[in-house]
Write a new protein. Structure first.
Length: 132
């Protein structure tokens, strides 16, 4: 199943307003990079749970994460994800890799990933690696 990204309207609006104000003030050396970041954040993003793993398409980059290497799935907050949203989903995989995404249906996304990763067990809202 494919999940679309979620952007918080107020964050997007604030980012656009800040970029416009900086450009209007004539600070092009600050406004141009802000405009580039805004454009990159607004590129289409999707997260596909396929039979063999997760396909994360964020703008110009596509990442594949096999289900067998996922060690953690859980909600996160505070931004720092691939979309203009505060709340999202954190995925840890491999030895020390992490990606934060913001699907529109975060609960459904986490449930689907948890259903495809039998090596994870639920602890509260998170799904973590079961240690024997």
């Amino acid at each position: 199943m494919t999940y679309k990204r979620r952007n918080d309207i107020w964050i997007t609006g604030a980012f656009i307003a800040t970029t416009a104000a900086v450009l209007y003030a004539g600070n092009y050396w600050i406004g141009a990079p802000l405009l580039l970041v805004l454009v990159l954040c607004m590129l289409p993003q999707s997260y596909t749970a396929a039979a063999d793993g997760l396909y994360i398409r964020a703008g110009l980059v596509q990442r594949f994460i096999p289900y067998g290497v996922i060690t953690f799935v859980g909600p996160c907050s505070g931004g720092r994800n691939l979309a203009l949203a505060l709340d999202g989903v954190r995925l840890r995989y491999g030895l020390n890799s992490e990606v934060r995404i913001a699907p529109r249906d975060a609960v459904g996304f986490m449930a689907e990933v948890a259903g495809r990763t039998p090596h994870l067990v639920q602890q509260g809202h998170d799904w973590v690696l079961e240690l024997l």
